[in-house]
Design a protein around this ligand. Structure first.
Ligand SMILES: Cc1ncc(COP(=O)(O)O)c(C=O)c1O
Length: 360
């Protein structure tokens, strides 16, 4: 069976090298005589795997000892609740830049006052809204952003300065895709299923001074302090996805790390956006200045033609190109593991389709 180019938004394509290594270690990890799936999470082998994953992440992102790195369950969605449970005393500032940002702020409203500093909801989130300093509450417990909006294909090109208010960022769809100065953030969290590894883990990077303030009704599983003390093992962790994350991070390190992958990601996105800008059939749906490097959203002028293209693409080895129902059209998710050749192939298929349709 030939592998396809999988443009899914997450779970998404993983580096082939990581998959092959996992296959080779499936029946026995090292000399253990068992698969990682069968290992106790308290075993020496597994603790070594876990520590290695955390240290790779620290190295690749430049995370200092001022931060805890947690590997938890409940996804990014779980953290939508954990964030206010751990940080909200009275109020928080939120930027409403997409469906997941909106979901996070709705969740936070259960725990205190939410000030929506800026929103692009009025235009179906096609852009990143301007954050006016006068709309920021200087006494907020934290300030919340979503650095890349997976569904709408937009991204922040600069990180807001929130002064002494801790900045909390959902980086689910662009973590490890471009260099980030972790020290600018109070909390960074990301569901693993795009640039980290398979689904099942959420990575939470939290500044140590922000730990230990959880509301008293916080379930222990969501309490960052209790999780940090327990090495993210208050319950049985997602052992296999964490092991797979390690293989994917090793691949990233071997490729040259975040700086090198960022260059490649820029090349891939430019190829696709340049073609969209010259195409007579397809057009990008996100505001140019906020175009995502990870999720490229586009469409034709007709929903029927969009559907026809999705079929045509699938028949030509391009999988999961259909857009999210909130936007329609198409979406190409081009995370770290998508090679330049995959993007080139997509463009070739789009060109072929366009030539046929524009001729008619
Ligand atoms: C930006 C963003 N935040 C949150 C989520 C939700 O993640 P999870 O399914 O891990 O809860 C996603 C999922 O695609 C996402 O893209």
């Amino acid at each position: 069976m030939n592998r396809v180019y999988n443009f899914a938004a997450g779970p998404s394509m993983l580096p082939e090298e990581a998959l092959q290594r996992a296959a080779s270690e499936m029946m026995s990890y090292g000399n253990s005589g068992m698969s990682v799936m069968e290992m106790s999470h308290r075993s020496k082998d597994y603790i070594e795997i876990y520590d290695h994953v955390v240290s790779l992440l620290r190295e690749l992102m430049g995370i200092s000892d001022d931060y805890e790195v947690l590997m938890l369950q409940g996804g990014a969605t779980g953290q939508f609740a954990a964030i206010p449970m751990n940080l909200m005393k009275t109020k928080a500032d939120y930027v409403d830049s997409g469906n997941f940002a909106h979901g996070a702020l709705v969740e936070a409203q259960k725990y205190g006052e939410v000030n929506v500093v800026a929103s692009s909801r009025d235009d179906n989130y096609t852009y990143i809204p301007v954050i006016k300093p006068e709309n920021m509450s200087r006494d907020a417990d934290y300030f919340y952003i979503t650095t890349n909006n997976t569904i709408f294909g937009t991204r922040y090109t600069s990180i807001p300065d929130t002064g002494n208010v801790p900045l909390v960022a959902d980086m689910s769809s662009n973590i490890l895709s471009e260099p980030v100065d972790v020290n600018k953030f109070g909390v960074i969290f990301a569901g693993a299923q795009k640039n980290i590894g398979p689904a099942g883990v959420v990575v939470v990077i939290v500044r140590k001074d922000l730990i230990g303030q959880a509301r008293k009704e916080t379930p222990k599983i969501f309490d960052w302090k209790k999780q940090a003390e327990a090495g993210s093992m208050l319950n049985t962790p997602a052992t296999y996805p964490i092991y797979m994350a390690g293989l994917c991070l090793e691949w990233l390190k071997k490729e040259g790390g975040v700086r090198v992958i960022y260059m490649r990601n820029q090349v891939k996105a430019k190829l696709l956006y340049d073609y969209l800008d010259e195409s007579k059939l397809f057009k990008g749906t996100a505001a140019r200045e906020h175009r995502s490097l990870m999720n490229v959203t586009f469409r034709t002028d007709s929903a029927d033609l969009d559907a026809e293209f999705v079929k045509f693409a699938t028949a030509n080895g391009i999988s999961n190109i259909k857009g999210h129902r909130l936007v329609g059209g198409m979406r190409a998710s081009i995370y770290n593991a998508m090679p330049v050749a995959g993007v080139q192939k997509l463009i070739d298929v789009m060109k072929e389709f366009e030539t046929e349709k524009v001729k008619l």
